[in-house]
Design a protein around this ligand. Structure first.
Ligand code: PLP
Length: 428
């Protein structure tokens, strides 16, 4: 489908385009393999001489129709689904980095991403320098090295809710001849399109708002097609020099703007796996259909909740980019004029102990290791998702020990506030 519709329409109508007599709803291609008439035809697929499906570890039609929808929502040229958001961030970086390379990483990224880059990928020989995203450009520039291959940051950081100055980061990355990779999970393409502001690659944990119902773990990588890999062949040999595992194909020469996603699909998926199950892609597609409606409600409910908490006598502080008092209010208005996300963080005057007491008293909001789905939920990152970090790392990530992360759902706002009211009344 050509880019002729608004996002609400894309969410419902894009991706699967049934021909005459075909199913109206995206079919689940529940098949590991695909049949061909001749052995030569199959051989051409293995040489990447012809496009087509042969094995679901690399590609599956259901996944690709859903990836195409997300690609259109982000305004990219190519996209792929992965089995999780973790896999998306891993592949997005590993597709252009190898042992001996270096990454510039925002300190406020999700704990899992922080761990992936600073521990696991370090063991693979890929180093990273962690930077404070609020630092000025001169300071941030010092983090870059001769072997730096990319910059990775989040539009709205989970759970610190730091709003990234995307234009500043794009300028920095490009002045050092590397792409900017943005994890756009919290904002979703409904509230922000990082490509418009200069980002080159976008990743998502589709597990969150995109699925929206807490049913499937998944991820997505979208390429803007704007980064000119071929201009820096010595920096990106994986894309710009022959791939021996594909009989000497050079991705940038053969696939042009689709080079990055083609390499990630045909090389990384082939060798490492991590494809999203077609069943999950099907459910993700159902979630995507209502994403704009849900984001609107999430943002409305979160704004009301943040204002309520800010006025509450037992609350010490509230962090939500939609509050005028918030440090990131202006940046959020610039990059996300229609609202940011449904996640709020706050602390109680009674500190960590009161936070645990309050959370235990909630009836509607459940304590779960999840965020950004239809049901209101709550988490204490220092004890749960970020427990691998020491106090210093927590501070750098913008996670105070007393921080409660509240993911505001799409229930009735009166019910959400009443639940908080009764729980706060019982906390010291
Ligand atoms: N990126 C962000 C911003 C996240 O919040 C998460 C998970 O919470 C991830 C990536 C990892 O995604 P997944 O849990 O789907 O692997």
């Amino acid at each position: 489908m050509k880019k002729q519709y608004e996002k609400e329409t894309i969410c419902v109508q894009s991706g699967w385009q049934p021909k005459n007599g075909e199913p109206r709803v995206l079919p689940i291609y529940q098949s590991t393999t695909f049949k061909y008439e001749t052995s030569e035809q199959m051989g051409r697929l293995f040489d990447l001489e012809e496009a087509g499906y042969f094995y679901t570890r690399l590609q599956n039609p259901t996944n690709d129709y859903v990836a195409a929808k997300i690609c259109e929502l982000e305004g990219g040229v190519a996209a792929m689904l992965t089995s999780s958001g973790q896999a998306a961030n891993y592949y997005a970086v590993f597709n252009i980095c190898e042992a001996g390379d270096h990454v510039v990483l925002s300190s406020t990224v999700y704990g899992g991403t922080f761990n992936l880059l600073t521990c696991t990928m370090k063991k693979m020989g890929i180093e990273c320098t962690v930077v404070d995203p609020d630092d000025d450009e001169e300071t941030l520039s010092r983090a870059f090295q001769r072997n730096t291959k990319c910059v990775l940051a989040e539009t709205i950081a989970n759970p610190a809710l730091v709003v990234l100055d995307i234009e500043k980061f794009a300028r920095l990355a490009h002045s050092h001849q590397v792409p900017l990779i943005i994890d756009n999970t919290f904002a979703t393409p409904i509230n922000c399109n990082p490509f418009v502001w200069g980002a080159d690659i976008v990743t998502h944990s589709t597990t969150k708002y995109m699925d929206g119902h807490a049913m499937t773990v998944g991820g997505c990588i979208v390429d803007s097609g704007n980064f000119d890999w071929a201009a820096y062949p010595e920096k990106f040999p994986g894309l710009c020099t022959p791939d021996e595992s594909y009989h000497g194909i050079t991705y940038t020469e053969k696939f042009g703007k689709a080079a990055y996603i083609t390499k990630a699909t045909s090389q990384l998926m082939r060798d490492l796996g991590s494809i999203q199950a077609p069943q999950n892609a099907f459910l993700l597609n159902v979630g995507l259909e209502t994403l704009p409606l849900r984001m609107e409600r999430h943002c409305y409910n979160a704004q009301k909740t943040a204002e309520y908490l800010e006025a509450h006598e037992k609350v010490a502080w509230v962090n939500y980019p939609g509050l005028r008092s918030n440090k990131y209010y202006e940046l959020a208005r610039k990059y996300m004029p229609n609202g940011s996300c449904g996640v709020i963080s706050f602390g109680l005057k009674g500190g960590r102990k009161a936070a645990a007491e309050m959370m235990d008293k909630l009836k509607l909001a459940a304590i779960v290791t999840h965020v950004a789905d239809a049901r209101t939920c709550v988490l204490h990152p220092a004890s749960h998702t970020h427990r691998q970090m020491n106090d210093e790392q927590l501070k750098e990530a913008g996670v105070a020990p007393d921080l409660i992360r509240l993911s505001v759902g799409i229930e009735n706002i009166g019910d959400i506030l009443a639940d908080l009211e009764q729980a706060l009344a019982q906390a010291d």
